[in-house]
Design a protein around this ligand. Structure first.
Ligand SMILES: NC(=O)c1ccc[n+]([C@@H]2O[C@H](COP(=O)([O-])OP(=O)(O)OC[C@H]3O[C@@H](n4cnc5c(N)ncnc54)[C@H](O)[C@@H]3O)[C@@H](O)[C@H]2O)c1
Length: 252
C-alpha cells in the first residue's frame, strides 16, 4: 500500500499532540480526518494539511458519543475512502483528589478516554480487516503506567487504554493490523491550562516534573508525533501490543 493512498483518523487533532500527529501524518503522505469537539481549531489544522498538499477534513464529534462517531466514520469513508490508520488521542486533563471526585467527573474521564477509544476503534476496524492492513495508536500517559496524585480517574482511564491495546493487538495481529500505545511524559500543550488548576500551580507542577526529568525539559508535541509516525509506518509491522513512553527518562 503506497503511503499517499492512506487515510488516517486522528481524534483530538485540533490541538496539542493530536495537531502535531495530524500534520506529521500528512507530511508523510496521508489524508487526515480530524475528529474533535473544537471545530475552529480543527479547521485551522485542516487548512495547514491542505497547504501540505494532502486532504484535511473536519468532523465535529464527541468521541464519547457512539452515534456521532459512527456517523462521522461513514462520512470519512465517503469523503476520504476506507480508513487505514487510527490515532486515539482526544482527551482532557483534570486534577481532583479522590475524596472530592464526583461520580460525574469519574464517568466523564472514563467516557472520553476509554469509551472514546472503544467507540472510534470499533467504528473503523472493519476497514482495516478488509484491507488486511491497519495501524492503531492509542495515546495513554505515564499516569497510566505509574499513576499520579489527583489523577485517579485519569490514571485508571490511561491504564485501561493499555489493556485495550494489548488485548486488541492479540485479536487483530493475524489480520495485518498493529495496535500500540504511546505513554507520553509531560508535554507542553494547552491541556494543563484547560484544567481548573491556577496558573501558579501549573508552573509549579511543570518545574517539579522538569526537575525530576533526566533530559531536563518538558516534551513537545513533535516528540510524540515522531513516535506515532514510526508506529504507523510499514517498517513497524513487528511492533504490536507495545507501550512506548517518550518521557525524557521520567517514568513516575
Ligand atoms: N500534554 C501532556 O502532558 C500529556 C501527557 C500524556 C498524555 N497526554 C494525552 O495526550 C492526548 C492529547 O492531549 P494534549 O496535551 O494534546 O491536549 P489538548 O487539550 O491540547 O488536545 C486535546 C484535544 O482533544 C479534544 N477533545 C477533548 N475531549 C474530546 C471529546 N470528547 N471528543 C472529541 N475531542 C475531544 C480537544 O478539543 C482538544 O483538541 C490526551 O489523551 C492526553 O491525555 C497528554
Amino acid at each position: 500500500m503506497g503511503a499517499a493512498t492512506r487515510t488516517a483518523v486522528v481524534t483530538g487533532g485540533a490541538s496539542g499532540i493530536g495537531r502535531a500527529i495530524s500534520l506529521r501524518l500528512a507530511r508523510d503522505g496521508a489524508n487526515v480526518a480530524i475528529f474533535d469537539l473544537d471545530r475552529t481549531g480543527a479547521e485551522a489544522v485542516a487548512a495547514e494539511i491542505t497547504t501540505l498538499g494532502r486532504k484535511g477534513e473536519v468532523y465535529q464529534v464527541d468521541v464519547a458519543n457512539r452515534t456521532q462517531v459512527e456517523a462521522a466514520v461513514q462520512r470519512v469513508r465517503r469523503e476520504l475512502g476506507p480508513i487505514h490508520i487510527l490515532v486515539n488521542d482526544a482527551g482532557i486533563g483534570e486534577f481532583v483528589p479522590l475524596a472530592q471526585m464526583s461520580e460525574a467527573q469519574w464517568d466523564r474521564m472514563i467516557a472520553i478516554h476509554l469509551k472514546g477509544t472503544f467507540n472510534c476503534t470499533k467504528a473503523v476496524i472493519q476497514d482495516m480487516v478488509d484491507a488486511k492492513w491497519g495501524r492503531i495508536v492509542n495515546i495513554s500517559s505515564v499516569a497510566g503506567l505509574g499513576g499520579g496524585a489527583g489523577l485517579v480517574h485519569y490514571s485508571a482511564a490511561k491504564a485501561g487504554i493499555i489493556g485495550f491495546t494489548k488485548a486488541l493487538a492479540q485479536e487483530v495481529g493475524p489480520m495485518g493490523i498493529t495496535v500500540n500505545a504511546i505513554a507520553p511524559g509531560l508535554i507542553d500543550t494547552p491541556i494543563l491550562r484547560k484544567s481548573d488548576l491556577p496558573e501558579e500551580q501549573v508552573q509549579q507542577f511543570i518545574e517539579t516534573i522538569v526537575g525530576r526529568t533526566p533530559v531536563r525539559r518538558v516534551g513537545i508535541p513533535d516528540d510524540i508525533a515522531a513516535a506515532c509516525a514510526y508506529l504507523v509506518s510499514e517498517e513497524a509491522s513487528f511492533f504490536t501490543g507495545q507501550v512506548i513512553s517518550p518521557n525524557g527518562g521520567m517514568y513516575t
